[in-house]
Design a protein around this ligand. Structure first.
Ligand code: SF4
Length: 581
């Protein structure tokens, strides 16, 4: 490429969303730690900014969403018209011929559920590292625009943050796209931009209705992410992905993308889904909450056995399927554990301490809140049994070395002290039973277009109640105990958290933060704090077994559970009734 000839369509994403070699935990930290703590990441993994490039000097890896856009545009306008680069390469790729610079971003301003809370707890300089890198990227694009004329388009799952904060002008953005790249609306937008025509400030792109319309890129993606499903079906009121149709990508297309990733030097694969257990359920005539065991195992077996695949990570799942088909969890472990890059020797029975750690939404221990915001989350079980579904599910998962990352939502609209106490009961009961997971608390954020978009969330951490703080700090305490095994480690962690509280956090987070933080530090026995009325000590939950729960499942759903294990599939009419759920 001549120095300033430029490429007509230049695509990019924040560096923090493109890297994969540093692992999921570093990427999660970049998305949630405030900018001033970047030095912690540098110390832990100094090489995190090193990224591969292709023979032509373009980005060697990119988020899967950006790769989908690249594939769509290459199909429409020719591959020579499109280049994907990292933000610090932008000025090499932008030139006279450039008409569009398009950005795909997952979390440009750090205002998602989890990222926002972790950064905001640290106060005024709370913008996450990811947001700082996104801002620098937009600065570079603006610099390019001072020399060349082109349109700036932003899309991706985090584009709503720009619309909501009305930062288009500040960041130099012409159009914000909401929705997927495959749609006619997106292609038309780029056509206009290439012609130099005026473009709208925002467009709403339609979601494809079947797998044939979904593009699965055959290029290297960050973390080897390959789309497995869209949509869900459990209808949680706060959830955006559930608004899309439930579609499973066929196995042959997934395997084509696996081959492409391996050919481009990737050694890791992660199938992107909102719930891995819904894959190919509709096609098998099963209700979406009964996993299609044989096809799921066949898919993962094919990936494991594909030469060159060294690591496999799980993305998202739900917990009820573990109770529906515990043997599936065992069989998946037998296939996948040896390939998992995540090690937790303190809890795993695997000889090398490997674990599987999908992200699972638990959100609350309060049946009242669960019924309000996620009535379908426990299906085929009744949401009234939600805490018991969670406890039994965790027991089955732990037994097979699954130690999931479990999200909790604090501050759902109308959440009361009694609801927080119910969530704490669940956390304490899980501890009492020796169940392990990484609880990740977040503060409710009303996401646009969801059924809770008008819900009132907690705007500042100083407005959290003491019990809401206790849920957050108890969740972190459990997670930190998995990592801290020595007395010295626990002591220095406790002292460190109190020093941080005294120096900064008590001013930022208000008085309700203090006692939960003291409990979190582990330096004062919990029973003292409980006796003094400073914290809530929890109530034991009754023992409800998996058999008890199965006995409550509707008879026709029990039949479907048998079918998922290879029994008779459901009739078309019953399938349609289930799809309408
Ligand atoms: S289970 Fe997860 S993906 Fe499905 S609707 Fe609920 S939050 Fe959304």
């Amino acid at each position: 490429m001549a120095e300033h000839a430029g490429v007509p369509i230049v695509l990019t994403a924040p560096l923090t969303e493109s890297i994969d070699h540093a692992g999921f935990f570093i990427q999660m930290s970049l998305a949630s730690m405030p900018g001033w703590m970047e030095w912690v990441i540098d110390k832990k993994y100094p090489a995190w900014r090193n990224v591969p490039t292709t023979r032509t000097g373009a980005a060697g890896t990119a988020p899967a969403g950006l790769r989908v856009l690249e594939a769509v545009l290459a199909r429409e306008f020719g591959p020579e018209c499109v280049a994907v680069c990292y933000p610090d390469q932008l000025l090499q790729f932008i030139g006279d011929a450039t008409r569009v610079v398009a950005v795909s971003t997952h979390n440009p301003l750090g205002t998602t559920f989890a990222a926002g809370v972790y950064a905001s707890i640290f106060g005024s300089s709370r913008e996450p590292i990811n947001a700082l890198y996104a801002r620098r990227m937009f600065d570079t694009i603006r610099e390019g625009r001072r020399r060349y004329r082109f349109t700036v388009i932003v899309g991706g799952s985090g584009a709503w943050q720009i619309e909501e904060t009305q930062t288009e002008e500040e960041l130099g953005i012409d159009t914000v796209v909401s929705g997927r790249a495959e749609s006619d609306e997106v292609v038309a937008l780029f056509r206009h931009a290439l012609a130099g025509d005026p473009v709208p400030r925002r467009i709403e792109a339609h979601h494809p209705h079947d797998a044939a319309q979904l593009v699965v890129p055959d290029t290297r993606t960050s973390f080897g992410v390959i789309e497995m499903t869209t949509g869900c079906g459990r209808r949680c009121a706060f959830c955006a992905p559930d608004l899309h149709p439930r579609i499973s990508i066929p196995k042959d297309r997934i395997m084509k993308a696996v081959r492409a990733n391996v050919a481009a030097g990737n050694r890791q694969i992660s199938l992107a889904t909102e719930d891995m257990f819904i894959w190919r359920t509709d096609e098998a005539g099963l209700p979406f909450f009964v996993p299609n065991r044989s096809e799921l195992l066949d898919l993962y077996r094919s990936i494991v056995e594909y030469p060159g695949v060294e690591q496999i990570t799980l993305s998202h799942a739900t917990i009820a399927p573990a109770l529906v088909d515990p043997d599936l969890i065992g069989e998946l472990s037998a296939l996948l554990l040896d390939r998992s890059p995540i090690r937790l020797p303190s809890v795993s029975t695997h000889p090398e301490g490997r674990v599987l750690a999908p992200l699972i939404g638990i959100e609350t221990g309060s049946v009242r809140v669960a019924r309000q915001i996620m009535a379908g989350k426990a299906l085929p079980f009744d949401i009234k049994d939600w805490p018991h579904v969670v406890l039994n599910g965790l027991a089955i998962l732990n037994q097979h070395n699954w130690f999931p990352v479990c999200t909790l939502i604090v501050g759902s609209p109308g959440e009361t002290d009694e609801d927080c106490m119910a969530t704490l009961d669940l956390l304490y009961e899980a501890e009492r039973r020796g169940l392990r997971c990484m609880w990740v608390p977040s503060i409710f954020t009303p996401l646009v277009k969801t059924r809770m978009q008008n819900g009132e969330g907690v705007r500042e951490t100083r407005h959290l109640s003491r019990l809401q703080w206790q849920v957050i700090m108890q969740a972190w305490a459990v997670a930190s105990r998995i990592g801290l095994q020595t007395t010295w480690g626990k002591l220095s962690f406790g002292v460190g958290s109190l020093v941080l509280w005294a120096a900064r956090l008590r001013r930022v987070n208000g008085p309700n933060f203090t006692w939960p933080l003291v409990q979190f530090s582990g330096l004062v026995p919990e029973r003292w704090l409980e006796r003094a009325g400073s914290i809530y000590g929890g109530r034991p939950l009754p023992h409800v077994t998996r058999d008890d729960l199965l006995a409550t499942v509707r008879p026709d759903w029990c039949q479907a559970i048998t079918a998922g294990r290879g029994g008779t599939p459901w009739s078309r009419s019953r399938r349609l009734r289930m799809a309408a759920l």
